[in-house]
Design a protein around this ligand. Structure first.
Ligand code: SF4
Length: 412
């Protein structure tokens, strides 16, 4: 942990409400009907949830650990933050600026669902958000095929993404990211190509392209257990991954992480902060935070820990009203876990990791067995090892999970 890194932090704010639960989604989100009722029973608690966020922010701002930090990135994710009114979202951002040191021009992202355009997300609201300081918009486009959007349980149709991007540009957003999802069972390469072309035609600064994965607890997981085929097989997914990387590269988007592509200079600073192991505060129901502290001991000792907020919105609000925070669990990371994360997070990025940094950070050298695995995987064309820099090759990015597993099994 270098000096500069230790003085910086990021802030993530979670708004856990959605109009419909997508069958692949394992995020902490709760459905609200379009008339603002949670699960059709209770009202979306926008006011009390916003107030809880302000209280939670104030609690961190008074904390010795956080009050001197410079906030380098802010991210409002969900759920669907665009369901909240611009007034609530502005209040949240204003309070954050009053509570922490947020320099001018830092990246402030808000996620929005194209399915909310025209209803909960108007051009006037986008303009209001832009003037409040939000400067990056992340849209869950996923696809331009009506049938694929339906299979993914999305609430929008193919034209909604175009409408949202046009409205966002008119409102002054110059940094737009689109999410795409591919490798569902009946999708072929021509359908994926159409999605990639449609995305690139909109000239977003950033594209995140994810292979559909089946997570426990989701509707897709249950359907898969009943024998339904949901995803493309591994070979087809790998071919689609190759097509995605090739198409985006040829159109000027550099792959800087396994699933993330950007025009030069538009990489997500917020995600890069996570991957480089920077501390961050997670505010809101179910949000996670991470902190690390150099205890100044000799030999150097770094304390790192992670915590999690109560997932249920009502529980979250009650806890914050009573204690200022809603932390329900905390885990201190051992040196072994930190070493593992160094590779897990670092190798996701196309630049990879520097093994000299590892030795400096952990005051230990890597065992012979680690270098044998590096040699073996490099010979197979899965890794690129040059000087002390180690990175996944283009082919290795497809099999990142098993490669990283092999390397981290050999950390000694
Ligand atoms: S809109 Fe996003 S957060 Fe909400 S259910 Fe769908 S994938 Fe999950």
């Amino acid at each position: 942990m270098d000096q500069e890194n230790s003085s910086l932090s990021s802030i993530y704010i979670h708004i856990p409400f959605c109009i419909r639960k997508c069958p692949y989604c394992d995020f902490n989100s709760y459905t609200v009907s379009s008339n603002g009722r949670v699960d059709g029973r209770i009202e979306m608690p926008e006011d009390s949830y916003t107030k809880a966020l302000l209280l939670e922010m104030s609690s961190y701002a008074e904390d010795e650990l956080w009050k001197e930090k410079i906030v380098k990135t802010i991210y409002l994710g969900g759920g669907t933050p665009s369901l909240f009114s611009d007034i609530s979202l502005k209040v949240i951002l204003e309070h954050l600026r009053r509570s922490f040191h947020v320099p001018e021009g830092v990246e402030i992202t808000i996620e929005a669902n194209p399915g909310t355009i025209g209803e909960q997300l108007t051009e006037a609201k986008l303009y209001s958000l832009r003037t409040a300081g939000f400067n990056r918009l992340s849209l869950g486009a996923q696809s331009w095929s009506a049938s694929k959007l339906q299979s993914l349980g999305r609430i929008h149709n193919p034209g909604d993404t175009e409408k949202t991007v046009a409205a966002a540009r008119a409102a002054g957003f110059e940094n737009i990211s689109l999410d795409l999802m591919y490798a569902i069972s009946d999708e072929d390469e021509s359908a994926l190509l159409l999605d990639l072309q449609s995305a690139v035609n909109l000239k977003p600064q950033h594209i995140s392209a994810y292979i559909l994965s089946i997570e426990p607890g989701t509707d897709f997981f249950r359907r898969k257990q009943r024998g339904e085929t949901i995803t493309a097989d591994e070979e087809k997914a790998a071919a689609m991954n190759q097509l995605t990387r090739k198409y985006l590269r040829e159109n000027g988007y550099r792959q800087y992480e396994i699933s993330n592509f950007a025009l030069p200079g538009h990489e997500s600073k917020h995600n890069q902060a996570y991957w480089s192991g920077r501390s961050y505060i997670g505010l809101g129901a179910g949000a996670h935070g991470f902190a690390q502290l150099d205890e100044g001991a000799e030999p150097p000792k770094v304390k790192a820990w992670r915590w999690k907020n109560a997932p249920g919105p009502d529980d979250y609000i009650k806890r914050v009203q009573s204690y200022g925070r809603s932390e329900i669990s905390r885990e201190e990371l051992t040196d072994e876990q930190r070493k593992l994360e160094f590779f897990l997070l670092g190798l996701r990025q196309s630049n990879g990791v520097n093994l000299k940094d590892f030795e400096i950070r952990f005051k230990s050298s890597l065992p012979k067995s680690f270098f044998s695995s590096v040699q073996y995987l490099s010979d197979k064309g899965m890794l690129v090892f040059s000087g002390s820099q180690l990175a996944l090759s283009e082919a290795g990015m497809i099999y990142s999970d098993s490669i990283i597993d092999t390397l981290t099994d050999n950390l000694g």
